[in-house]
Ligand binder design. Structure first.
Ligand code: ZN
Length: 313
C-alpha cells in the first residue's frame, strides 16, 4: 500500500493511436495506468486528458503532470505547432490544460520524453552524450548532449527519420521523398516485402510490419529478405548518427526494437564499416531501450518531477 500512497506525477503519452497515462513515483515506478483511443477533435482529446487526470487524482497523491506529444512543439514547449497524426495546429495546449487543472502542466516531444525516461531510469543512465532512435511507424529521434536534451534553435531537432537517403525515392507523408524512415521502420518493412513479392511474382498478400517479422521468424524468404534490407538501411542511419554526433551510446527504442535480435548485430557490424575513419575511431555502444513502450510516459512524468524540484528550490 505504501507505493500507492507515495506522491506521483502523471505522465501522458499522446500518440496517433492511443492516449495513455501513468501515475509515476519520483523513483520512476508506475503505480497506476489508464488508456483510451486518441481519436477526435482537439477539444475532445483535451477533455479526455482532464478526465483521466481527475480519475488518477482520486486514487493518488498527484503533484503535477507532463505530456509527451508525437509532434513539433515550439521552443518554449507551450504550443503544439504541428502533429501529423493529431488534431492540434499551433495550439497553446499547455496553458489550455493548465487553466483546467489544479496541478502544474508541462509538454515535451515524445522522443525527447522517451530519452529523458531512459536517461533517468533506463539504458541511458550515467551517459552524457547519446542518441535515442525510436523505430516504429516512423523514426523518432532525440539527442542528449552533455546530459541535456539538444533542441536546436527552434525546438525541432533532430529529425533523423526525414533525412533523405534515396534521391527521388519512396514518397513520405512529410511531403519529401526518399526519407530514411521510408526504408527503416515498421512501415518500411511492409513496403519492402511488398516490392519483393511483386518482383518475385509471389501470391498477393497484405504485408504489415508485424507480418514481415512473423514471416522472417518462420523462415519465409520474403520476410527474411525484407529484414536484411531493413538491417542495411538501419546501418546507414546508424552510421550517419555516429558521423554527425559522435555519441558514446545509441539507444534503439520504438515498436521495432522489440525485435532487435533480428537486425541489431548485423546492422551494427555494417555501420562500423560505413562511418568515416572506420577502424580508427571508437564506435558507440548500441543498446535496445529498457523501458519499452512506457519510456514516453515515464519521461513525461520525470519532466513534471523536475519542474516541481525546480520550483521548490
Ligand atoms: Zn519524410
Amino acid at each position: 500500500m505504501s507505493e500507492t500512497t507515495a506522491p506521483v506525477t502523471i505522465g501522458f503519452d499522446i500518440g496517433g493511436t492511443n492516449l495513455r497515462a501513468a501515475a509515476v513515483t519520483e523513483s520512476g515506478q508506475i503505480v497506476g495506468r489508464l488508456q483510451v483511443q486518441s481519436q477526435g477533435t482537439a477539444d475532445s482529446m483535451e477533455d479526455a486528458v482532464v478526465s483521466m487526470t481527475d480519475q488518477l487524482m482520486e486514487q493518488h497523491d498527484v503533484r503535477g503532470m507532463g505530456i509527451a506529444v508525437a509532434g513539433f512543439l515550439d521552443e518554449h514547449r507551450e504550443k503544439v505547432r504541428f502533429a501529423p497524426h493529431l488534431p492540434w495546429r499551433d495550439a497553446p495546449l499547455r496553458s489550455r490544460l493548465a487553466a483546467r487543472l489544479p496541478i502544474p502542466v508541462s509538454l515535451e516531444h515524445d522522443a525527447n520524453s522517451a530519452a529523458i525516461g531512459e536517461a533517468a531510469f533506463g539504458a541511458g543512465r550515467e551517459k552524457r552524450t547519446w542518441v535515442l532512435m525510436s523505430i516504429g511507424t516512423g523514426i523518432g529521434a532525440a539527442l542528449m548532449h552533455e546530459g541535456e536534451i539538444y533542441r536546436g534553435a527552434f525546438g525541432t531537432a533532430p529529425e533523423l527519420g526525414h533525412l533523405p537517403v534515396v534521391p527521388g525515392g519512396r514518397p513520405c507523408p512529410c511531403g519529401k521523398r526518399g526519407c530514411l524512415e521510408r526504408y527503416c521502420s515498421g512501415t518500411a518493412l511492409a513496403a519492402t516485402a511488398q516490392e519483393i513479392a511483386v518482383a518475385e511474382g509471389a501470391p498477393e498478400q497484405l504485408w504489415t510490419g508485424e507480418s514481415v517479422i512473423e514471416a522472417a521468424r518462420a523462415g519465409n524468404c520474403i520476410g527474411e529478405r525484407a529484414i536484411a534490407e531493413f538491417a542495411e538501411w538501419f546501418a546507414v542511419g546508424l552510421s550517419m548518427v555516429v558521423d554527425m554526433f559522435d555519441p558514446e551510446l545509441v539507444v534503439i527504442g520504438g515498436g521495432v526494437a522489440k525485435n532487435h535480435d533480428l537486425f541489431l548485430v548485423d546492422g551494427v557490424d555494417k555501420a562500423r564499416s560505413l562511418v568515416v575513419g572506420a577502424g580508427h575511431r571508437p564506435f558507440p555502444t548500441v543498446l535496445p531501450a529498457q523501458l519499452g513502450a512506457d519510456a514516453g510516459m515515464i519521461g513525461a512524468a520525470e519532466v513534471a518531477w523536475r519542474q516541481l524540484r525546480e520550483t521548490q528550490q
